[in-house]
Ligand binder design. Structure first.
Ligand SMILES: [Zn+2]
Length: 395
């Protein structure tokens, strides 16, 4: 049995912070955690990792990435060459960038070859975070993403239902519905409602019946409201949050993924990104700030969603999303809860996102406490996934 003991460390366990703790790893799990002074006998015969002055947290969870894409300026050009084979290979390279940054779980919300990639990583064939793949995203005919291979066009409740079942048959562990227009699709608006309320509702039951969560891409308020009322698990982007939307999301427990770094990656790089995408992103910044603050005030549960792979939004960007959520008004503690325990809950992964006995040993040591200074997240000192220490060479 492989045992490691992290000694006398400050622990953020997914919920709260406590000093002078010890955490014992046995094989792929956390077997004990408590006051360092009361460490069990097994801790003394384990290989010891010095934690004094540092902070141990669960591995970060990024609930929205696109492993097929490298984060190049011209998303459309990159999309044009994507095949399942190339998508899986690029995903293998991008996956390790998450791991290097301390991100041990990602949900891929639209891609090809991602089911195979997720399985290859799970089998230990290549290094990477655990991947929850959505397969291809569902969009209306002519809707956001219709022009790229990572989405499929479906119309009417019957087609939506069938597409959900087909993606699950193909190995999807999440479903993505595109409920409004979007920024990166040329020639369409970003905020208009896309799927009808009936079509969105038709996506939910066949997914939830199989234990599969549903994520909605939704920017404008009408589409957000349709998605929330249909019963989606997470709303991605979720820009135009009215007081009513904030209230209903808080009541239902719908998670919000703000994807601030995606919006800024486009809006702040007018030289590299096509002009219509820059214009759409720039026009939404103020709404995004207002929506973020409003959702926080209403008590909406947040997750960390980067949309990594979109322009100037590289893989391993979750630390910067946590920092951005704080800069836009979230308490650092809540931003860390979003990136750990809430992410696990939203992704229906009961054994990651928290430091407790019995949980998977997905852990990161940081030199400073990210709850006191979120910029500490820019340098992961030690990363474990499934109890295995990520080699320096990968980082
Ligand atoms: Zn996305």
């Amino acid at each position: 049995m492989a045992r490691s003991y992290v000694a006398d460390v400050t622990v953020f366990d997914g919920t709260r912070v406590r000093a002078h703790r010890g955490v014992l790893l046995e094989d792929d799990r956390i077997s004990w955690t408590g006051a360092h002074a009361r460490a069990p006998r097994e801790a003394r015969i384990a290989s010891e990792v010095e934690g004094a002055g540092r902070t141990l947290t669960p591995g970060l969870i990024d609930c929205h990435v696109h492993l097929n894409f490298d984060g190049m300026a011209d998303f459309a050009a990159e999309a044009a060459e994507i095949t399942p084979e190339l998508g899986a290979l690029k995903g293998g390279v991008n996956a390790r960038r998450h791991l290097a940054a301390g991100v041990t779980t990602v949900r891929d919300l639209g891609g090809v070859g991602t089911v195979a990639l997720a399985r290859a990583i799970a089998r230990g064939l290549l290094p990477g975070p655990r991947v929850v793949p959505a397969g291809r995203a569902l969009t209306i005919t002519g809707g956001h993403g219709h022009n790229i291979g990572i989405a499929r066009e479906v119309d009417g409740p019957d087609e939506v239902r069938r597409a959900v079942r087909e993606e699950i048959r193909a190995g999807a562990q999440a479903i993505k519905v595109i409920a409004t227009g979007g920024i990166l699709t040329p020639g369409i608006g970003a905020t208009f409602p896309a799927f009808t309320a009936d079509e969105l509702a038709a996506a939910i039951d066949p997914a939830h019946a199989r234990g599969v969560g549903v994520a909605a891409h939704a920017i404008g308020s009408e589409g957000i409201l349709h998605a929330v009322r249909a019963g989606v698990d997470t709303v991605e982007h979720c820009v135009q949050v009215t007081p009513q939307i904030a209230r209903e999301m808080a009541e239902r427990g719908t998670f919000r993924g703000a994807t601030i770094v995606a919006l800024l990656g486009i809006a702040n790089n007018p030289k590299g990104v096509p002009g219509d995408a820059v214009a759409k992103a720039t026009a939404l910044i103020e709404d995004a700030k207002v929506g973020h603050a409003r959702a926080i005030r209403a008590g909406v549960r947040h997750i960390c969603s980067t949309d990594a792979g979109t322009p100037f939004n590289p893989h391993g960007n979750a630390p910067n999303e946590v920092i951005a959520m704080v800069e836009w008004g979230m308490r650092p503690l809540d931003a860390m809860i979003a990136a750990t325990a809430n992410g696990a809950d939203a992704l229906r992964l009961p054994d990651v996102g928290r430091i407790e006995a019995g949980m998977k040993a997905d852990l990161v040591i940081w030199d400073a406490n990210p709850i006191e200074d979120p910029t500490a997240l820019r340098g992961a000192r030690v990363v474990w996934k499934d109890g295995a220490r990520v080699p320096r060479a990968l980082r």
